[in-house]
Design a protein around this ligand. Sequence first.
Ligand SMILES: Cc1cc2nc3c(=O)[nH]c(=O)nc-3n(C[C@H](O)[C@H](O)[C@H](O)COP(=O)(O)OP(=O)(O)OC[C@H]3O[C@@H](n4cnc5c(N)ncnc54)[C@H](O)[C@@H]3O)c2cc1C
Length: 399
Amino acid sequence: MDFQSDPGQDAFREEVRAFLREHLPAELRGNAIGEVRSVRERIKRWQGILNARGWGGPYWAREHGGTGWTVLQRLAFDEECAAAGAPTQDFLAQKLLGPALNAFASQGQRDEHVTRILSGERLWCQGFSEPGAGSDLASLHTSAEHSGGHYVVNGQKIWTSYAHEADWIFLLVRTDSTVRKQAGISFLLADMKTPGITVRPIRSIDGCHHLNEVFFDNVHVPVGNLVGAEGDGWKITKFLLNNEHAGAADLPLLRKCVSRLRALAVSQRVEGRRLIDDRGFALKLARLEAEVDAIVMMVQRVAAMEQDHSPAAHALGSMLKVRGTELQQKITGHLVEALGGDGAVAYAEPHDTTGGAPLPRENIGRGIATEMFFRRASTIYGGASEVQRGIIAKTLFQL
Ligand SMILES: Cc1cc2nc3c(=O)[nH]c(=O)nc-3n(C[C@H](O)[C@H](O)[C@H](O)COP(=O)(O)OP(=O)(O)OC[C@H]3O[C@@H](n4cnc5c(N)ncnc54)[C@H](O)[C@@H]3O)c2cc1C
């Protein structure tokens, strides 16, 4: 693996930067620390702009309407968008559902849904986890009974991110409880406006509304919304969760946080002295920057393996997830510490619906407490660290 800069890659970055300078409107800029996901209207508008440029599917192959970019190009695109303050995309649709539809859905389903993901017309949420079925997803209970032209769905999902902003949900349901638990699971698509679906908010520790419970009470879902065959749900889920590894550390976020820490180290003063002039703090910052650099190299390695379809990418992706999310927690903790006494105040954010006076945009602490609190969950969502360590032990060390 060659870590030298690649002129082709540099030219690609410049192309993305030029596009962002020209086409990212000023009023859409500002995906700051603490803005874990952009609000619905910003996501939709930005997706429309990307799609008009032919970049609506940055992670997909050309034959599926995507850009056909290499893994390294996709990472560069993510980093440049984050650095420019572009809104986030609908990652659940882009990185999870879209590739699964492209691989398993019928032509009719692709015509109906894939085009709307690309255009930003339809936002999605992921209904997998249930009370008692998170890491052990195969134990899920939500049932779907085939009746005439419909499945009648009953049950409950939990931790459903952005269900309150989503137009549709992709969900796992049990269509057969008489077979091995993995074999009885199917993959359904449902319109969130279908009668019988109720969304209840869960307020998380950062004070924001990302999460929900979603209840299904005799919800009639057309049989045409089944992806693949009955019982294919587990196969599709394995594909969907194993589809992308190099992004597991969320490098754009790490870079954003560590550069904010450096900025604070220069601007914050303790007893008249800049934080950066404190040897202990400077050393801590240098260590964190070195750790981010190490992750950059690891990401490049995983990207190269992924490009070559190497099976080791899976285990290394798990390593990246563990290292990257632990580092997110460490850096955001130091960010709060660098704010001194102000760090103890969890400021209300402009997008926060809990009320309270919003913090002026230019305030130095803006977003930091929110980000730190939200990232406490990063070692749980997307596969808990203990489970990732299990994957590493099994796939790398055959334990
Ligand atoms: C912010 C956030 C957003 C989320 N968004 C979504 C979403 O949009 N859609 C969705 O479907 N789900 C979502 N989830 C749910 C997430 O996928 C689950 O929380 C996760 O899979 C863990 O499941 P659990 O919460 O049931 O915990 P459990 O699986 O009960 O785990 C509890 C503890 O036991 C440990 N543990 C479990 N199994 C093992 C094992 N085999 N070996 C060692 N230790 C183990 C875990 O690591 C953890 O520490 C989200 C979660 C969070 C926190």
